[in-house]
Design a protein around this ligand. Structure first.
Ligand code: SRM
Ligand code: SF4
Length: 584
């Protein structure tokens, strides 16, 4: 669903007031350098000082500590066991086998969890890198042609692209646009190269000349961009600030419909925050892509709320100034007018597992990776899967590339007919391919949450596998064994596992407690609505049992769960204005 175009009388273009402290931090940072180098040399603490712990985000890192052992360390009067989580920049999620082998080795040798975590934004994270190993980590990435610039902080993040290797030419062009967008919108400061790669500082002029697009204070808040190829909305457009929906004619890309202002985060109890679908601004020929992207980013840069970070994202700017006003400004800045949107339809969101043949004669194998966590199971008696070893063995023989999907899965792409059997054999041997995985499990997703996420209020990644076992049983009991529901769990209302685009979304409220949202659809075209608050795990199961029993008995042919709960009035249908969204 798209928001109605809003016209706001006398729009407030710039929010006046005391600027958020992050604005001071960015202004004082000398273009994202801060005193990170000095902190790095300080071996008295494993952490970074307050400003630097924010600034390192723009270099792709978050300071964390393991929450499972936090209280124990406090008791022992020890500082938290600080470490960083690294998030790589991987536009369109493409990584080659050589790169894979290097990140696999780094995870083994230098991270405390030993895992490679695939994310909902087509990249990977390392968790648990100690300060003495951070520089080595960036140098390792650099040696294989990767970096982590701007994967976090108030900048344009990793740019997503539909993971569709089947129509290879169209995908290749869409992927190239994702890469160009990523490069075009990157910070231009040389801070990353100086701090992590020991490059010399070259004196430059200040201000706009250093950062012509992002500006000296960077963006008011994080900013997310995608390129998507209908009919698969696998990157979830409505979670993103700026989306380029590929429009093709006879298999050839001619341009994009541009969708602006999606975002999923909210704060429990604060009705001034809300998830919001993106608005369709219209069509542009492909040669205007970068100009339009730049105009959207700079309009948000100049008009976004720098006083209240909770209302700083593009979605709030659109509602404050009016979509018409924002769109007209983008047209003015880009020197390009949008024409009417071209017709397109999203019909799916998930990944298609198993082998598919591309039109170029190559084969692609999509592997289901539960929670995106690539790790060898330490306990053979639990499940004994050796996913990490399996991926390493595949990388050793694979001639194509890997594509990380926005649903935390992985595609072994570009496999020649002759190599298929060997790759499949390795995938099966190590538990990366398993015909027994249910449709329900493949349609379920969770964010990281405990133990590494400092913002988690409830479990998500560690809760999901058992929850899915129970949901599978409930579906079977209710005669729905071959059906599935898009089920997503997040440990807090920030929305990292995109529960606010799920048919059933569970949002952590406190330990073992979730708010339950119902009613998005298979294509992810609307935000679900609050159904029950503060439900415990037993309550979640009994609600799902009762709801799916009704779905089984009363649904029309082929009716999805999300459409059903709206049709029969279990939750209300239309969110007229996202500002009226009631969340708890
Ligand atoms: Fe997220 C913060 C993990 C996708 C909205 N997110 C965090 C942090 C970094 C916690 C923090 O600020 O200290 C989490 C780290 C957990 C950990 O230990 O790894 C975290 N977010 C993730 C990932 C890894 C979830 C996953 O299970 O895959 C995803 C990494 C994506 C990437 O590779 O860049 C991830 N985060 C998302 C998404 C989904 C998406 O983009 O498709 C959203 C909702 C969409 C949106 O932005 O509206 C999302 N994350 C947030 C927010 C709320 C932002 C806001 O608008 O208020 C925060 C908190 C914040 O920024 O203040 C957050
Ligand atoms: Fe952490 Fe909340 Fe994001 Fe989950 S949704 S990873 S708990 S910030």
């Amino acid at each position: 669903m798209s928001n109605n175009f809003t016209k706001v009388e006398n729009p407030v273009l710039i929010v006046e007031g005391k600027q958020a402290d992050n604005e001071r931090m960015k202004a004082d940072s000398d273009y994202l350098r801060g005193t990170i180098k000095e902190d790095l040399a300080d071996r008295m603490t494993g952490g970074f000082t307050a400003d630097n712990s924010q600034l390192i985000r723009t270099h792709g890192m978050y300071q964390q500590d393991d929450r499972d052992i936090r209280a124990e360390r406090q008791k022992q009067k020890l500082e938290p066991l600080h470490n960083v989580m690294l998030r790589a920049r991987l536009p369109g999620g493409i990584i080659n086998p050589t790169q894979w082998l290097a990140i696999d080795k780094f995870a083994d040798d230098y991270t405390s969890y030993g895992s490679i975590r695939l994310t909902t934004r087509q990249t990977f994270q390392f968790h648990g890198v100690l300060k003495p190993n951070i520089k080595l980590m960036h140098q390792t990435l650099n040696s294989i042609g990767l970096d982590s610039i701007a994967t976090a902080g108030d900048v344009n993040r990793n740019v997503l692209c539909t993971s569709n290797p089947v129509e290879s030419e169209l995908h290749q062009e869409a992927y190239e646009w994702a890469t160009k967008l990523s490069e075009h919108l990157l910070p231009k400061t040389r801070a990353y190269a100086e701090i992590w790669l020991d490059e010399e500082r070259v004196e430059t002029t200040k201000g706009e000349e250093v950062e012509p697009i992002l500006g000296s204070n960077y963006l008011p808040r994080k900013f997310k961009t995608t390129v998507v190829i209908p009919p698969n909305n696998d990157i979830d457009v409505h979670a993103n600030d700026l989306n380029f929906v590929a429009i093709s004619e006879n298999g050839e890309l001619i341009g994009f419909n541009v969708l602006v202002g999606g975002g999923l985060a909210m704060t429990h109890g604060d009705n001034a925050t809300y998830p919001r679908c993106a608005d369709d601004f219209g069509f542009i020929p492909k040669e205007h892509t970068l100009a339009i992207a730049e105009a959207v980013v700079t309009t948000q840069r100049d008009w976004g709320n720098r006083v209240n970070r909770k209302n700083a994202k593009t979605k709030y700017t659109l509602d404050r100034v009016g979509v018409d006003t924002f769109k007209a400004e983008v047209e003015r800045r880009a020197g390009v007018n949008f024409s009417d949107s071209r017709p397109y339809e999203f019909t799916t969101r998930g990944d298609s597992f198993g082998w598919v043949a591309g039109i170029d004669g190559k084969h692609h194998l999509t592997l289901f990776i539960e929670n995106g966590r690539i790790l060898d199971s330490l306990r053979a008696d639990l499940d004994g899967k050796t996913l990490k070893t399996g991926m390493r063995e595949i990388a050793k023989i694979h001639q194509g590339d890997f594509r990380l999907t926005a649903n935390q899965n992985l595609i072994v792409a570009g496999v020649a007919e002759a190599d298929k059997a060997a790759i499949e054999q390795l995938a099966r041997q190590h538990g990366l391919m398993n015909d027994g995985v249910s449709k329900q499990r493949k349609n379920s997703m969770a964010c990281v949450a405990f133990p590494t996420c400092p913002l988690a209020m409830a479990e998500a990644e560690r809760y999901l596998p058992g929850l899915v076992d129970d949901v599978e049983n409930i579906l079977a009991k209710n005669g729905l064994k071959d059906e599935s529901i898009i089920l997503r769990v997040t440990g807090c209302p920030n929305g990292c596992g995109r529960a606010m685009l799920a048919e059933i979304g569970l949002i952590g409220k406190g330990p073992g407690k979730y708010n339950m949202y119902l009613g998005s659809d298979v294509a992810g075209s609307r935000v679900p609505k609050l159904y029950k608050e503060n439900v415990d795990e037993a309550g979640v199961l009994s609600e799902i049992d009762a709801l799916t029993a009704r779905w089984s008995a009363e649904r029309t042919a082929g009716e999805g769960f999300g459409d059903f709960v709206i049709r029969v009035g279990i939750v209300e249908q239309v969110i007229v204005s996202f500002r009226d969204f009631h969340h708890a």
